[in-house]
Design a protein around this ligand. Structure first.
Ligand code: GLV
Length: 368
């Protein structure tokens, strides 16, 4: 019988699907991640598949003990910076992710974070709850900033960046795009055509625009900056994104501009960001991801002095019911993870990982 170890629950429907396939599934009940020593122990015991979350460091140490038995690592996330790709390739172990099914959920959450930050929704609700709402007033005790008609910079135009563009265009925003590695000019042209049609038909009063620009122009010109790049270290690429948003970048932004990050925490230098918020170099930030998760109690981002302009979330952007738990591989991360395991263990696609849709490191299996 094939054996699977999951480092976390992935919900009944997907877990049952694996069991119905005749696999023996052992699940670490959490809710925290298991220690790496436990993962090593399980892999060493000869499991065929390992289901991981972004909290599990997966590297040569794991692949070494899985030599000859471990057939796939299936990650329930689109990001896979916790998995050492070079090591997986060296050991020729396919690993999979859950791209696509979380694209819209993540982008909409990013947009809601932006709205919540700019329109000061948290401060407004606190006012009501704390009994500190004295009277309706034209501008007291504070005002927010509109989103409609403003300019957003989308840093990273992969799947989620493009979905964010789609949401923003619906709010009559102008859009500056930047991507160091991947540009989708067709998509941008389609969005411009939709913007033009909305304007021509009177759906939208002002004509809006979208264009690719250089990084500096994007950072300087935006009222909002939204980050959608993967975390890449300089040892793995010539275009690293670690601390991509640093003191220098923050200083390029308008003092009235807001930063939104739904990508990976280490893409932003948190110390530099907290200082920029304190010194009012920028107007605010909404963050769903952090350099260290959960966010440590002594993080400078928790400084009460910047609480009015800092919105913080628990890495929750993909956290919709269907997105996280649907057993349908075209809808849910759990369903896609289960299907990825099934593809490998049942030898679908002729047993060739290079042909399996959810395998990330296809290069390790492609014929040279
Ligand atoms: C979540 O952050 C993911 O990568 O899916």
């Amino acid at each position: 019988m094939k054996r699977i170890f999951a480092t976390s629950r992935i919900g009944d429907p997907a877990e049952n699907r694996l069991r119905e396939h005749g696999y023996e599934l052992e699940v670490f009940q959490g809710p925290e991640a298991p220690p790496k020593t436990l993962i090593i122990e399980k892999v060493k015991s000869g499991i065929d598949a390992l289901i991981t979350t972004l909290r599990d460091p997966i590297d040569a140490e794991i692949f070494e003990v899985g030599k000859g038995s471990l057939k796939v690592v299936a990650q329930i996330a689109v990001g896979f910076d916790n998995i050492n790709r070079a090591d997986a390739n060296k050991y020729k172990i396919p690993f999979t992710n859950t791209a696509d099914v979380l694209t819209e959920a993540t982008a909409e959450f990013g947009f809601f974070m932006l709205g919540m930050l700019a329109r000061k929704m948290y401060s407004s609700e606190r006012l009501v709850r704390d009994g500190k709402w004295p009277s309706w007033h034209p501008f007291l005790p504070f005002l927010g900033d509109e989103v409609t008609g403003k300019t957003i910079a989308i840093i990273g135009t992969g799947r989620i960046g493009l979905a964010m563009i789609k949401k923003c265009s619906g709010f009559d925003m102008n859009i500056l795009c930047y991507d160091p590695a991947y540009q989708n000019h067709n998509y941008i042209a389609s969005i411009q055509a939709v913007m033009d049609l909305r304007h021509a038909t009177g759906v939208q009063k002002e004509r809006t625009w979208i264009k690719y620009v250089e990084l500096e122009e994007a950072m300087r010109g935006a009222d909002y900056v939204s980050i959608h790049v993967p975390l890449l270290l300089d040892i793995e690429t010539d275009k690293p994104t670690y601390h991509f948003i640093n003191e220098k970048m923050l200083k390029l932004m308008k003092p009235t501009a807001y930063l939104v990050n739904t990508s990976r925490g280490p893409v932003v230098d948190e110390k530099a960001l907290a200082k920029a918020l304190k010194d009012k170099v920028i107007a605010g930030a909404a963050l769903d991801v952090f350099e260290k998760e959960p966010l440590p109690a002594d993080s400078p981002l928790l400084d009460p002095e910047i609480a009015d302009r800092t919105r913080l979330f628990h890495h929750f952007a993909s956290g919709g019911q269907i997105t996280r738990l649907s057993v349908d591989p075209d809808k849910g991360m759990a369903g896609r993870t289960a299907q990825a395991v099934i593809d490998v263990l049942e030898g679908n696609y002729g047993g060739d990982p290079a042909k399996m849709p959810y395998v990330v490191n296809k290069e390790a299996f492609e014929e040279k």
